[in-house]
Design a protein around this ligand. Structure first.
Ligand code: FE2
Length: 166
């Protein structure tokens, strides 16, 4: 059987090049925001205080682990669809839309509110990415975006209910 000739430079995908770029841009933005959200969740895990310390400390660690657990798959979807992905902390900083929090003190209540909002920001980016990958007929990315969306919505739900005072 004759193998197709390649120069070694062709991407390993049959997605059109403009589709590859839009899928990569969407996923790389989500990847940058996932790292920003991961480090903020860890930051609050490390610095939370008060009567709910143990509950919040453990909740935030679970959430950080879940967020970090998605990052490799996001980056590898970019590579599988012919794009290139993040290379550095600087690359993350240039692309992130979730804003860092370097405050010396944040109340536990404010931590929950901020992370709830940030997870919903991620959900919105995931929804936008879903439109882009569906237009590109990138079915596999579309499928895993559903899982990542469900996880982000679950984190938002836990944060909201944990912070509720009535
Ligand atoms: Fe820890």
């Amino acid at each position: 059987m004759t193998q197709p000739k390649t120069s070694g430079q062709e991407p390993s995908t049959d997605l059109k090049s403009n589709a590859t770029k839009s899928v990569a841009d969407a996923l790389n933005g989500i990847l940058a925001d996932s790292y920003a959200l991961y480090i903020k969740t860890k930051n609050f895990h490390w610095h939370v205080s008060g009567p709910h310390f143990r509950d919040y400390h453990l909740l935030l660690d679970d959430q950080a682990t879940q967020i970090l657990g998605t990052t490799d798959a996001i980056a590898e979807r970019v590579r599988k669809t012919g794009g290139t992905t993040l290379r550095s902390i600087g690359d993350i900083a240039r692309r992130q839309t979730i804003v860092d929090n370097d405050a010396a003190h944040v109340t536990p209540e404010a931590m929950l509110v901020e992370l709830h909002k940030d997870n919903l920001t991620l959900v919105e980016a995931l929804r936008e990415a879903k439109d882009i990958v569906d237009k590109a007929k990138d079915n596999a990315t579309s499928g895993v975006l559903d899982d990542w969306t469900d996880q982000a919505e679950e984190r938002a739900w836990f944060l909201f209910e944990t912070g509720r005072r009535s």
